[in-house]
Design a protein around this ligand. Structure first.
Ligand code: ARG
Length: 463
């Protein structure tokens, strides 16, 4: 440390400090300062362990632990001067600790490296995100559940190929998303379980000759156990990739719901009205109410999936163990996490505020010959026709209605009997959309009774 221009943390063998460009490309403090709380928690656990194992004096460890709390409060109140010359959050914290407690700070890095340190900090950060996501997904599911409860028997068109297929219920449609977001939740919970092992104590890569207690630090940080291989511990970023993969799938679900809200709120559909709180106007067209939040959520998947691809690409082909490439693991994940959380909150608000246009939904439910399948099923059930024949007869009836410019229930019995003379007036009971949905009582089907069973099940799970 004789040459003041070389790095005080690792500059012993360096005669000169880094070029300004080198400093710029090397520094991560601009973004990894977000790991401050995790870094300090990790260091406090490490310091306590160093004392418990007799590696440092208890008085030194106490000074470290106290001093680290001072550093944390300085960072939290914005009184901390981050230095690019000190590269990253780890060295910024340690350098400040030295200013506060003096010499003893130099003993904190015993039996540890920035490699296991950053792996620990980042894991803790991603683990916190999994916990935050869990609450946000639960809130969104509850908002969907409230919509489903309100409209368990409102009829609307169900689509395939975005063509009217069969009538379904609003509640059933809402509950489809409850299922998706529940799977997302399970993916994060599963990833969290797997990531909850501590890299701390793997040191640079090979472990350490100091008699450290990795169980103790793992426990202090809420990990289930220490990671079993030190090489893997410092070079693994699967936890970040699993988070991004789960977030990508969930963002894809959000984008589908967003797309539906964009379509449904259009003047052509008028299925729903978005609240003023989650819409914007146009500066030139006074009549406009735009679904911007839905559009932005729909677009967020771009950066979330982008972060997933970026990190996969960074990690691909990296030899064991740590390489500086891995510093590129954080920035995009932070961005993805921020935007994913924002998208979840915005979607929850939009769904809560959403008002369905029940009469427009019902009117649309009967268009597009949506009860043609009910008619075919009736021919099978009542007249004993083979389904293929019933399909053909129904197709003929649809063509007839189409030619006449009316819907199926508007054909007269005589017109129906021209196609098949055994048809009776009873057929009209299945052509109404309410009867249609009420008849779909198979498990998981759209009948209000089935939908209510699922609503009750999820209400209990989420309670
Ligand atoms: N800032 C570094 C990162 O984010 C910390 C680890 C540095 N380790 C090293 N051997 N240079 O990955």
């Amino acid at each position: 440390m004789s040459d003041k221009s070389s790095n005080q943390m690792w500059g012993g063998r360096f005669a000169a400090g880094p070029d300004a460009i080198m400093e710029a490309i090397n520094a991560s403090i601009g973004f990894d300062q977000r790991l401050a709380a995790q870094d300090i928690a990790g260091s406090r656990a490490h310091a306590a362990m160093l004392a418990a194992t007799g590696i440092v004096e208890p008085s030194d460890a106490d000074a470290m632990r106290e001093g680290l709390l001072t550093v944390l409060s300085e960072i939290e109140t914005g009184d901390f001067a981050f230095s690019t010359a000190l590269e990253d959050i780890h060295m910024n914290v340690e350098a400040r600790l030295r200013e506060i407690i003096g010499e003893a700070a130099g003993r904190l890095h015993t039996g540890r490296s920035r490699n296991d340190q950053v792996a620990t900090d980042f894991r803790l950060w991603v683990r916190d995100q999994c916990d935050a996501v869990d609450g946000a997904l639960k809130a969104l599911m509850q908002a969907l559940l409230a919509q489903a409860e309100a409209g368990a028997d409102w009829v609307m068109p169900g689509f395939t190929h975005l063509q009217v297929a069969q009538p379904v219920t609003w509640g059933h449609h809402m509950m489809a998303y409850v299922e998706m977001f529940a799977r997302d939740r399970a993916r994060f919970a599963d990833a969290r379980k797997r990531m909850n092992e501590s890299p701390l104590g793997a040191a640079a890569l090979a472990g350490t000759s100091f008699p450290i207690d990795r169980e103790m630090t793992a426990q202090a940080l809420g990990f289930d156990r220490p990671m079993a291989n030190s090489l893997d511990a410092v070079s693994d970023r699967d936890f970040a990739l699993e988070y991004l993969a789960a977030a990508s799938i969930s963002a894809m679900h959000l984008s589908r719901l967003s797309e539906e809200l964009v379509i449904w709120s259009s003047a052509q559909f008028r299925f729903v009205t978005l609240s003023d709180r989650f819409s914007t106007g146009s500066s030139i067209m006074p009549q406009k109410k735009n679904p911007d939040a839905a559009e932005l959520i729909r677009a967020k998947i771009g950066r979330i999936f982008g972060a997933n691809v970026a990190l996969m690409t960074v990690m691909k082909g990296l030899p064991l163990t740590y390489s500086k490439d891995m510093q590129e693991d954080k920035e995009q994940l932070f961005d993805a996490a921020d935007n994913y959380m924002l998208a979840l909150a915005a979607m929850e608000g939009m769904v809560r505020d959403l008002s369905a246009n029940v009469s427009a939904l019902e009117a649309a439910a009967g268009t597009g010959f949506s009860t043609a399948t009910d008619l075919a099923d009736w021919l099978v059930r009542v007249l004993g026709m083979p389904f293929r024949d019933a399909h053909h007869v129904t197709g003929t009836l649809v063509a007839k209605a189409e030619a006449k410019g009316c819907d199926l229930p508007d054909l007269s019995l005589a017109e129906m009997q021209e196609v098949h003379d055994a048809i009776t007036g009873d057929v009209f009971t299945v052509l109404g959309v309410h009867n249609s949905v009420a008849s779909r009582t198979s498990y998981g089907g759209t009948a209000p009774a089935q939908v209510r069973t699922q609503i009750a099940r999820w209400t209990e799970i989420l309670a």
